[in-house]
Design a binder for this molecule. Structure first.
Ligand code: MG
Length: 266
């Protein structure tokens, strides 16, 4: 075999090898990612210890500071609207200076959109509450419409800890359990810092939240990892100012009530 033929054969074999390898790579099958289920991101231990909050004197109602934007003062829901796509008024029930979730009406949200703020909000689990775990007085506050601080009856009601009262839902459990009994008013003071995004949509600074429940810190400047999903991992979705959304949860327990809601933009 002359030198020219030998080089030709070598090149032919090499080319054939590349073609075979390429075909193998195309045919090779990799495992599919397992479909996410709720239990994959929920965990039950360690349960946060119980801290008994100070008792309410009288009705415990403190009027808002002078520079607050009033979101509910006991009279009407004019600062709120339906969170459904079709919009419309917030059709939750108002009586005796408080409003109560109407599960048929869906979530409601503030008409005004916000960035960073201090939010005060009071909520009450009905005295005759029934149900267990997440099916017992479930609601929630979505900051900028995307990040839920959980509201739930966790008084003598265990659930996965990253879904209990004051959790960044399905992410970060509260430091302690500071629940008052069903029938008594709970107070949330939430300090929320909106995220800053890079040009390609990642967090330059993630959103952070401090949650004080009945005077007790549950979240201490906690970094939020992304949207608070029921199933799956947090998602980072670039966004601007957003509403405060109150959740109408689909569980069959009695609906919870709210009063005295105000906000100070930061
Ligand atoms: Mg909830």
């Amino acid at each position: 075999m002359n030198k020219k033929n030998l080089i030709g054969k070598v090149l032919f074999v090499a080319l054939w090898g590349v073609i075979c390898l390429n075909a193998y790579a195309q045919e090779k099958e990799y495992p599919q990612q397992e479909r996410m289920k709720p239990g994959m991101s929920e965990y039950w231990t360690p349960q946060p210890s119980i801290v008994t909050p100070g008792a309410c004197q009288g009705d415990g109602l403190v009027s808002p500071p002078s520079d607050a934007i009033i979101l509910f003062d006991g009279t009407d829901l004019s600062a709120w609207e339906s969170a459904r796509k079709e919009g419309g008024p917030a059709r939750w029930t108002i009586a005796d200076g408080i409003f109560t979730v109407d599960k048929k009406a869906g979530d409601i949200q503030t008409k005004q959109k916000f960035e960073s703020y201090q939010l005060h909000l009071e909520w009450r689990i009905p005295e005759n509450i029934t149900g267990t775990s997440q099916g017992r007085g479930n609601s929630g506050i979505f900051m900028q419409g995307k990040y839920e601080i959980q509201i739930l009856d966790c008084y003598n009601n265990e659930t996965y800890v990253n879904g209990q009262t004051g959790s960044v839902y399905n992410q970060t459990p509260p430091l302690v359990n500071a629940m008052r009994k069903p029938g008594e008013w709970n107070v949330y003071d939430i300090i929320y810092a909106a995220p800053v995004f890079t040009a390609d949509g990642a967090y330059r600074y993630p959103p952070t939240v401090t949650v004080i429940h009945n005077g007790i810190v549950l979240q201490n400047h906690t970094a939020i990892l992304g949207t608070t999903e029921y199933i799956g991992f947090p998602q980072i979705q670039p966004h601007g100012a957003g509403p405060i959304v109150l959740q109408s949860h689909g569980d069959p327990s009695e609906p919870i009530s709210f009063r005295n809601i105000w906000i100070r933009e930061l």
